[in-house]
Design a protein around this ligand. Structure first.
Ligand SMILES: [Zn+2]
Length: 266
């Protein structure tokens, strides 16, 4: 065999081995990439499944959202003490007119202890709130300004005085509800009420009104009042909390709800 032929054969062998090695490496790398992609997709699918299960669990959980209208008041510190005792949080819808220098430390304490603060009204007078769209907007904006000044953050939740199903609101609701949304504010009604600001109530009647309706809803939005005329609410509160805990409810603030309760949407 000529020298040049031998050289040719060796050259071809080297190229052949090199090519097969390169092809194999490419196949391995392709396989690795595919395995990696599959693992990534699988992982992503698992994460999505976990999120769906968590979302489902959240919907299935029984949650009680205690909401206090008309504060702050002389009773707010006592309400906060009770919430702390049970290690739970609540939502407070404040009246702008009640926010004065004396109340500022109490409002700061409310937020600092993990509770949520929302707007109720500035005046709590029907003719001043619902007289016209402009009157409504003025009342909300005045309350929003003093409350945001007190809590040093934006307010995102609102409770209509007398609820969103009240007759005063009806003539202007088509205008003011979208307006609230434009302001980044969500309104929240209630599906359980202690009836603690209507007529003659007692510690027992407040507890009983909550207890009889709470079990009907997995997400109970409970209306109570934090005002100077509602001292019985403070007395009834521990019993309300203990009953809810015994029924398997946990307590939370409404900003953690999947959907807040709104009467008009029912
Ligand atoms: Zn009110």
């Amino acid at each position: 065999m000529k020298r040049i032929e031998k050289f040719g054969i060796v050259f071809c062998m080297i190229i052949g081995v090199g090519l097969s090695f390169w092809t194999e490496q490419k196949a391995i790398s392709h396989l690795c990439n595919r395995q990696y992609e599959e693992a990534f997709i699988k992982n992503e699918k698992n994460e999505q499944q976990v999120m769906l299960v968590e979302e489902e669990n959240k919907r299935e959980q029984k949650v009680a959202y205690l909401t206090f209208d008309d504060g702050p008041s002389v009773y707010t510190p006592q309400v906060l003490d009770i919430l702390n005792k049970y290690g739970i949080h609540a939502t407070f819808f404040l009246i702008g007119e009640n926010v004065d220098d004396k109340m500022l430390p109490i409002i700061e304490r409310t937020v600092k202890e993990g509770n949520l603060v929302g707007i109720h009204t500035y005046s709590h007078r029907a003719e001043k709130i619902y007289g016209s769209c402009e009157a409504f907007q003025k009342d909300v904006q005045m309350a929003k300004a003093v409350i945001e000044n007190a809590i040093h953050e934006k307010v995102r939740f609102y409770r209509f005085p007398w609820g969103s199903a009240n007759g005063y609101l009806r003539p202007i609701s088509k205008h003011v509800i979208p307006w609230l949304q434009e302001q980044g504010i969500t309104y929240c009604d209630w599906n359980v009420s202690g009836e603690d600001s209507i007529g003659k109530c007692s510690e027992w009647s407040i507890y009983h009104n909550v207890e009889k309706d709470m079990g009907r809803f997995k997400q109970s939005f409970i209306l109570l009042h934090d005002s100077k005329s509602c001292c019985l609410t403070v007395s009834a509160l521990p019993q309300i909390i203990e009953d809810a805990l015994a029924k398997g409810y946990r307590f939370d603030t409404i900003d953690h709800a999947t959907n807040v309760y709104q009467c008009c949407l029912e």
